[in-house]
Design a protein around this ligand. Structure first.
Ligand code: RP5
Length: 170
């Protein structure tokens, strides 16, 4: 059976950031396939993947690319699936090139763009989980447990600092 999520990256050099996305999906027990495909270096393969991804059973595409980052946009232009874009921080321009290339899509062809870098990669996974959880109560419960975990960490920070935040009174 095909995984519900496919993660594409423009180069294997993107993997150190993309790994955070793969790890978070697996932590929440969402199966994921991942591939290197480039909008510029393998345009034909990228189009073929985008055209057939929904027929293979994928439900969400996540695309990470740096620089002139067109991978997510090309997937969104061709595939009927929702596309989440992760702008990769490159060596130049502090990731602004990737961010703008991914987010500034023309009206009608959206890419749900997350932040640049490692937090963006994790958020891409979380956003995919939240979409999939709409039709999957067990996944929705795992997501809520994850969210409760985030909350408990913040409360514990207050306890560690000895602040006067009284959680029960809020
Ligand atoms: C982009 O160019 C890739 O997504 C990567 O972020 C960047 C550099 O690729 P490599 O030259 O490391 O293969 O297309």
């Amino acid at each position: 059976m095909t995984a519900p999520v496919a993660v594409l990256m423009g180069s294997d050099s993107d993997l150190p950031v993309v790994q955070g996305c793969l790890d978070k999906l697996r932590e929440l027990e969402v199966e994921v396939d991942y591939f290197v495909l480039s909008a510029h270096r393998t345009p034909d393969l990228t189009h073929r993947f985008a055209k057939s991804a929904h027929e293979k059973g994928y439900r969400i595409l996540i695309a990470a690319a740096g620089g002139a980052a067109h991978l997510a946009g090309v997937l969104a232009a061709v595939s009927p699936l929702p596309v989440i874009g992760i702008p990769i921080l490159g060596e130049q321009l502090a990731g602004l090139d990737s961010l703008l290339s991914t987010v500034q899509m023309p009206a009608g062809i959206p890419v749900a763009t997350v932040g640049v870098g490692k937090s963006g990669a994790v958020n891409a996974a979380i956003l995919a989980v939240r979409i999939l959880a709409l039709g999957d109560p067990a996944l929705a419960e795992r997501f809520e447990a994850f969210r409760r975990g985030l909350q408990e960490k913040v409360i514990a920070k207050n306890e560690k600092l000895g602040t006067s935040l009284d959680v029960q009174s809020l």
